[in-house]
Every structure is written in C-alpha cells, then in structure tokens.
Design a protein around this ligand. Sequence first.
Ligand SMILES: Cc1cc2nc3c(=O)[nH]c(=O)nc-3n(C[C@H](O)[C@H](O)[C@H](O)COP(=O)(O)OP(=O)(O)OC[C@H]3O[C@@H](n4cnc5c(N)ncnc54)[C@H](O)[C@@H]3O)c2cc1C
Length: 217
Amino acid sequence: MQAKLTNREETPGLLVCEFESEPGFSFQPGEYIQIVLEGGDKRYFSVMSSPKELPRFKIGTRPSESVFKKTLRSMKFETEVQINGPWGDLVLPYDSKERSYYFVAGGIGVTPFLSMIKYKTELFLPYELSLLYFCGGVPLFKFDLENWANQSNKTRILFIHEPISADTIKRRLVGDYAKSIFMVAGPPGFVNKVLNILQEIGIQPQNIVHESYTGYN
Ligand SMILES: Cc1cc2nc3c(=O)[nH]c(=O)nc-3n(C[C@H](O)[C@H](O)[C@H](O)COP(=O)(O)OP(=O)(O)OC[C@H]3O[C@@H](n4cnc5c(N)ncnc54)[C@H](O)[C@@H]3O)c2cc1C
C-alpha cells in the first residue's frame, strides 16, 4: 500500500508526520505499521491518529540522526512511501463494561494510546481507563491528552515524573485493579521493568498486553 506525506510538525524532541493513504487502508486504534522509504530503509511506528481521520493518518517519533529520520524530516510533501501492516496486540477494546483498563506508557511509547484514547472519546466508550504516562521531561501531547480527559470522567491521565518502581505504579491504581487489563508500550528496558513490577504486584499474565519499541535500546 502506498501513502504520501501530507504534513509534518517538528517541535523539540518530537516529529509528527501525517500521510494520506491509498483507498483501502484501515487500522484498529493501537496498531502499528511499517514505513518503507524509497531505497528500502524501514521502521515500525504506531499510528497515533484516530481511524476517523482516514485516509489521513499520523505517526509520532523522536527525531534522531539516523538516515531514516533525516529523510523523514526533509522529505518533500507528496513524496510516496510504502506502508505495510497494520499489526499489533495493543488494540482498543470496544465492549467492556465490567473491566477497567490501565495504559502504561514510557516516553514516545504513548503513541498507540493517543489513537486509542482519542477514539474512545469520539465513540463515548463507557469503560474506565487510566493512562500512566512516565515522561522524563515535558509530556508529549499534553494538551490533547488533557482535552480528552476533560471530555470523559472515565478517562484519567496521569503524567508521572518519578522513576518507575512498584510504588510509583501501585499508588496510581484504584479499585479492584487486579481484574483490570494492563497495556504497556515503550522502549524495551521500560517495558521489561513494567512487566516485572506488574508481576510483583500480582497482575496475572493473561491481563497484560505489551509492545516493545525495539530500535530504542
Ligand atoms: C511495534 C513497534 C512500534 C513502534 N512504534 C514507534 C513509534 O510510534 N514511534 C517511534 O518513535 N518509534 C517506534 N518504534 C521504534 C522505531 O521503529 C525505531 O526503531 C525508532 O524510532 C528508532 O529509529 P531510528 O531511526 O532513530 O533508529 P537508529 O538510531 O537508526 O537505530 C538504531 C539501531 O537499531 C536498528 N533498528 C531500528 N529499528 C529497529 C527495530 N524496530 N528492531 C530492531 N532493530 C532496529 C537500526 O538498524 C540501528 O542499527 C516502534 C517499534 C516497534 C517494534
């Protein structure tokens, strides 16, 4: 499937690229794709926009000095890229009234949750959802996240500036959290730490879904 670059925004520490796909591309909120540049250089990215924005979709990334990212930053609008996928286990639930959800994000790992929370807000989905967003400095997408939280008292957004530990996670969990579903995304080191902590505090493996952003080792 082909897509063309339609917009790009760069702020310190963040590059957001918008593409327009050929007809027929669709994805579930939370899924990721592979972007292949002319010449074959490729990377995986979670789609951070809502399916309601199709055929346009957005990805968000940390700028780096890699050839791939330099190309993304300088590529002319209308340049075509190939997109493969979508894939992924982190997918927004539609029908759950009994369970609550915890999304645990490390840094740029917030991208799949942006798509999911935006879509949940657009569809007025009824369940309780908390985003535990571990952000070293200024949180990315703070304005959007706060805006969606303001539209639903069932969406909690927690920006966490402390080092990750069992205590920093456990203090943010409410109610009968052992029955909740935990979704975790971020760099591999972050995801592994969170998985160990969730195990330590008694969350059953079948209630945990995770995605590691390999390439950010
Ligand atoms: C499921 C998934 C979803 C992702 N979603 C996002 C996202 O939404 N935003 C985001 O910024 N990043 C995401 N990533 C990571 C992304 O694909 C890049 O790896 C990352 O952005 C670093 O890119 P770079 O060009 O700066 O890497 P470089 O600094 O060039 O990469 C360092 C090294 O890692 C290698 N490498 C690059 N990507 C991978 C990979 N995926 N697996 C193994 N080795 C690799 C390179 O060949 C190089 O040797 C995701 C990764 C996965 C697997």
